[in-house]
Design a protein around this ligand. Structure first.
Ligand code: URA
Length: 272
């Protein structure tokens, strides 16, 4: 039997939880994010016929390494659900109903996308933070406000002509870096969003989406260089990695380079 903690021990444990990024009480017992059993597809699949996918269907993308044991099924399940979504709304509902990513357990909201479905510019960032988790919308905190101003500088807004999303749909506890497993589980939905949006250009906001979707590291060198982003079905899209707005808030001297990247984006979007 567990010995009850005295008040000092309890306070020390709470302090440690906070330092480790545990900032939400979601149940009586602590839950290990890495010991989770993905729910069975039949019980949770939100769309169509709930048929258990085979592990063979799991993403074979070489950019995604070190997937936690047991995650194959969740990836296969995400792949099958995403493939069955034929428009933005269906995909949004499917992501909101998907229980295969352990991050969902600790999140207040699913943060899927904001803006105009089918816009010719798709912005993809990393993961929701506290404000995004609270509101259910991507890029609404300080970094998001800067992103809006950057986009406005090239005549773009969420109301009119841009769609904004992330490679992860649930806030990682304490804003820690998402794991390869979490990224791999969300990826089929991200790819389907790209496919359904069919944008003329994709802006990758920061190193994380660039690494997650293209396997490239080193945003300092990679930013401002157009590359083909190829998705699992072979389709490819012009993508431009740029500095993440949160980085620009910390290092405003780099706004000069960010401006050059925005102009390159605008030129590409205005090209026939
Ligand atoms: N940073 C991101 O990458 N995405 C968000 O939605 C918010 C902050």
């Amino acid at each position: 039997m567990n010995t009850p903690l005295n008040p000092d021990e309890a306070a020390a444990l709470l302090k440690w939880y906070v330092e480790m990024g545990v900032d939400d009480a979601i149940g009586i017992e602590p839950q290990g994010l890495y010991n989770w059993n993905p729910p069975t597809p039949a019980a949770h699949m939100p769309l169509g016929d709930a048929k258990a996918p085979s592990a063979k269907m799991a993403s074979s993308n070489p950019t995604i390494a070190e997937i936690a044991p047991g995650a194959d099924e969740a990836i296969a399940w995400a792949t099958e659900i995403a493939a069955g979504c034929n428009d933005f709304e269906a995909l949004k509902l499917a992501v909101e109903g998907f229980d295969g990513c352990p991050l969902k357990t600790g999140a207040r909201n699913t943060v899927f996308a904001d803006g105009v479905p089918g816009a010719d510019l798709l912005v993809i960032g990393e993961a929701p933070g506290a404000e995004e988790d609270r509101t259910g919308k991507p890029f609404v905190g300080r970094a998001g406000q800067l992103l809006d101003r950057m986009l406005a500088a090239i005549g773009r807004s969420r109301k009119e002509n841009v769609l904004i999303s992330n490679v992860i749909y649930w806030r990682p506890p304490g804003n820690r870096t998402p794991t390869n497993t979490e990224t791999a589980i969300c990826r089929p939905f991200v790819e389907r969003l790209i496919e359904l949006t069919n944008p003329k250009a994709i802006m990758l906001a920061g190193g994380a989406p660039m690494q997650a979707l293209m396997g490239i590291t080193g945003i300092m060198r990679a930013r401002g260089v157009w590359r083909d982003l190829t998705i699992e079905n072979g389709a490819h899209f012009p993508a431009l990695p740029v500095f993440h707005p949160a980085f620009l808030l910390r290092q405003p001297k780099n706004k000069r380079l960010a401006w050059a990247d925005l102009q390159s984006l605008e030129a590409r979007l205005n090209k026939d």
